[in-house]
Design a protein around this ligand. Sequence first.
Ligand code: CA
Length: 220
Amino acid sequence: MSSQTLGLEPRLRDYLVEFGVREPDVLRRLRERTAALPDSRMQISPEHGQFFHVLLRLIGAARCLEVGVFTGYSTLVTALAIPDPGTITACDISREWTDIGREFWREAGVEQKIDLRLGPALETLDGLLAEGREEAYDFAFIDADKENYAGYYERAVRLVRTGGLIAVDNTLWSGQVADPRAQDTATVAIREFNRLVAADDRVEISLLPLGDGLTLARKL
Ligand code: CA
């Protein structure tokens, strides 16, 4: 797992961030606050956030779903990119982490766009389907426990509208997906997920070497 793009030498990566990222002050401070946490590598990189900003604007996303909030950097990127009114249904299990996010969402003036649902995300997503929110979302970002990726993805395919986009983080998993010696449960789950998506004819895909690997799946 990495909060920077894989395989870039540090000097080139610094250059990329200097010239390729426009990070608002509130996002920078949230990133710095998160960097002090032991799990800070779970945060997406600023270049990934920048990519999402442009991507969300390109597809005109207004209704977004996020599975795995952590301290809310990607949530804040999304909230700043979508119009008002626009909404993010944000799923996580940790009040401690999401409380950090809330502080910065409030400060950025976008808290009203974020509907935080604390609890196991599979249950939250099933609840959204039960509420009749099939095809209700323009964009879904999956970045949570890897063992449940396939389950999150299946639900996201139903929740996102035709032509909508599902983005899935960590799909290159520090390169371990391509190393047959790596057989831990997270690596095996991501490998199986990648196999599933590669063969899924309900979507068009692109797997980008951005951050720790980012899969884009556009629903047909
Ligand atoms: Ca991640």
